[in-house]
Design a protein around this ligand. Structure first.
Ligand SMILES: Nc1ncnc2c1ncn2[C@@H]1O[C@H](COP(=O)(O)OP(=O)(O)O)[C@@H](O)[C@H]1O
Ligand SMILES: [Mg+2]
Length: 332
């Protein structure tokens, strides 16, 4: 038995490269050997630039996408294949909140009806009590009965995302995967909505995977952070460690870009160059073409994700491994 609620082991997913339909089929490795675990009630942040594979990983964690390699273990059982009966039953325990709340809602149904809907689908509670339960759920996310009577387009973006959250909570899930849940919202209300997610996470004792391209959003809510680059995790640690002493040059650049962080002990850095293209993966370390600290080994040899600091952190960088040779051990 493990104390992880969710465990992903060596997940990989490739898609056909754009434009290769009629030529020799090239592949884009969107996710390449990612292992991650989430304990009950814990929030893990997943951060990285657009296109680095966060959504693909999120979909595999939920069983919405079949991995090419690796497996997902939820509550000590291997995740059943998508769309089977066993998987649909599991879906009550794992919910998804994604970026576009309008796309997630039915334009013709009232807000309260949509929050009540999963109760019907999963046969939860008495049918005549479901609208009352929906009202309770809406109140938990700060929406009134008046809001409940409206249609999605009559609410603001923030209110719609609150609705999606209420709907996700209807089945009392144990795990919520949130994929860029505030990225489409006005900057002025992003912090408010993240705070709501954090409150709900605590009240319900939920485990959460919180995905964002923005480290500012992730740090507000996550106890642990995993940093992704080109389909792989390049660093993982507690949010405090990641912010105060980032080790991977890419993480250092991400942290440098966050205002009002007590500046890390390391030198300020920025990421130059274009965001990486998974169709053109460089040899050696994926980050080396943009890394100001790259040494010859970085061009030839791919660094492994190693356990450091007694296993409390993981990092995939030759420079760090060189500095901590005795502590470095291959991470699982
Ligand atoms: N369904 C798909 N078909 C083809 N390529 C895809 C598909 N989904 C994602 N990709 C590609 O996989 C890579 C990772 O995408 P994604 O997981 O959406 O990254 P992120 O969420 O970090 O922006 C990108 O290059 C993207 O173009
Ligand atoms: Mg995405």
């Amino acid at each position: 038995m493990s104390d992880a609620l969710l465990k992903a082991e060596g997940l990989a997913k490739a898609y056909p490269a754009p434009g290769s339909l009629f030529t020799k089929q090239r592949k884009v490795l969107a996710v390449d050997g990612v292992s991650i675990s989430v304990r009950r009630g814990e929030t893990v942040g997943l951060v990285g630039e657009s296109g680095c594979g966060k959504s693909t990983l999120g979909r595999m964690l939920l069983g919405l996408e079949k991995p090419d390699a690796g497996r997902v273990i939820f509550d000590n059982d291997v995740m059943p294949p998508g769309n089977t009966r066993a998987w649909r039953r599991l879906r009550a325990r794992i919910q998804l909140v994604y970026q576009d709340p309008l796309g997630a809602l039915d334009r013709r149904l009232s807000i309260a009806e949509q929050v009540a809907e999963p109760l019907g689908i999963h046969g939860i509670g008495e049918p005549e009590r479901r609208m009352a339960q929906a009202a309770t759920l809406l109140a938990r996310v700060g929406l009134s009965q008046q809001h409940g009577a409206r249609l999605p387009h009559e609410l603001s973006g923030g209110q719609r995302q609150r609705t999606v959250l209420a709907r996700a909570l209807a089945t009392s899930p144990e795990l919520l995967v949130c994929d860029e849940p505030v990225s489409a919202l006005d900057v002025s209300i992003q912090a408010q909505v993240i705070n709501l997610f954090a409150e709900i996470q605590q009240q319900f004792g939920l485990a959460m995977v919180f995905i964002s391209h923005d480290l500012r959003a992730v740090r507000q809510i996550s106890r642990r952070v995993a940093v992704m680059y080109l389909g792989r995790i390049v660093e993982e640690g507690t949010t405090d460690d990641i912010l105060q002493a980032p080790l991977h040059p890419y993480t250092r650049a991400l942290v440098s870009a966050v205002p009002n962080v007590r500046k890390p002990r390391t030198r300020r850095m920025s990421v130059a160059g274009d965001p990486p293209n998974p169709a053109e993966r460089p040899a050696g370390c994926d980050f080396h073409p943009r890394c100001p600290l790259a040494v010859p080994a970085c061009r030839n040899l791919r660094p492994l994700l190693l356990n450091i600091a007694g296993g409390l952190r993981k990092v995939a960088c030759h420079l760090v491994a060189e500095n901590e040779p005795r502590q470095a051990a291959r991470a699982q």
